[in-house]
Write a protein that binds this ligand. Structure first.
Ligand code: KIV
Ligand code: NA
Length: 265
């Protein structure tokens, strides 16, 4: 199997082929996602929400991200693996940022890291890139800053925030990032960013004019049920499937129907 590289991701943008990306946090799910032909697996800090049940992405630790990432890496044969550097392990300190990125790369075997923000984290991004670690940017609705925003609604609707986002995208490209996630911004703005920079943009709630798309796997499979933003397309109803299976199992156990003779030694 030919492994996906940053060069292939760039070539996809150059020839107009859209990049597919999904999150995964564990071995079993990552195996399925990789075998199905995804280009990038993101070990997102959304693990804080969907794996651990926290309300935000802030509580997840670097050790926990490394645990998820190493599980995913053991499963992956083809996809390019990106790992979120979690809140509190890079902001405002480029030495710590580099240390965190190196820990992720060494201890998990992942292929790249992702960081939220633009000009604010320039020094950290540059330093990590200098160490030979590919960096994916993340602009727009950056969930690690949720308490600054105060809401999960669409970002950069106003001109000043849109201008800053374009500047930040250009800055991240100039630093040497290999791609940028654009989260929950107007489709027109995402289109402009995608045209104005040469590296791939990967959208979530950013419309169709980006170079790739990403969703949280538990959301698109219908495992998480309360979270239904307009940008989410649900490709399966695993929540119902799993609940029905468990209901039937409980019923069979109670009815002494499971296990039967064939299922016993
Ligand atoms: O953590 C995550 O899942 C993400 C994606 C939504 C881009 O950052
Ligand atoms: Na994230």
């Amino acid at each position: 199997i030919k492994k996906i590289t940053t060069h292939q991701l760039q070539a996809m943008k150059d020839r107009g082929e859209k990049i597919s990306m999904l999150t995964a946090y564990d071995y079993s799910m990552a195996s399925l996602v990789d075998e199905a032909g995804i280009d990038i697996i993101l070990v997102g800090d959304s693990a804080s929400n969907v794996m651990a049940g926290h309300e935000t992405t802030l509580p997840i630790t670097l050790d926990q991200m490394i645990y998820h990432a190493s599980s995913v890496v053991r499963a992956v044969k083809r996809a390019f693996v990106a790992v979120d550097i979690p809140f509190g392990s890079y902001q405002g300190n480029s030495s710590e940022a580099l240390r965190s990125a190196i820990r992720i790369m060494k201890e998990s075997g992942a292929h790249s890291v992702k960081m939220e923000g633009g000009a604010e984290i320039k020094e950290s991004v540059t330093r990590i890139l200098s160490a030979g670690v590919p960096v994916m940017g993340h602009l727009g609705l950056t969930p690690q800053s949720i308490y600054k925003f105060g809401t999960y609604s669409v970002r950069a609707k106003e001109e000043d925030e849109a201008d800053k986002l374009i500047e930040d995208a250009k800055l991240l490209e100039a630093c040497g990032c290999y791609a940028i996630v654009l989260e929950k911004i107007p489709a027109e703005l995402a289109k402009r960013v995608s045209e104005e920079i040469n590296i791939p943009t990967i959208g979530i709630g950013a419309g169709p004019h980006v170079d790739g798309q990403v969703l949280v796997i538990h959301d698109m499979l219908g495992i998480t049920t309360e979270f239904k933003p307009r940008f989410l397309r649900q490709y399966a109803d695993l929540g119902t499937t799993i609940k029905n299976a468990v209901t039937n199992y409980v019923k069979d156990v109670k009815a002494k129907d499971f296990p039967n003779d064939k299922e016993s030694y």
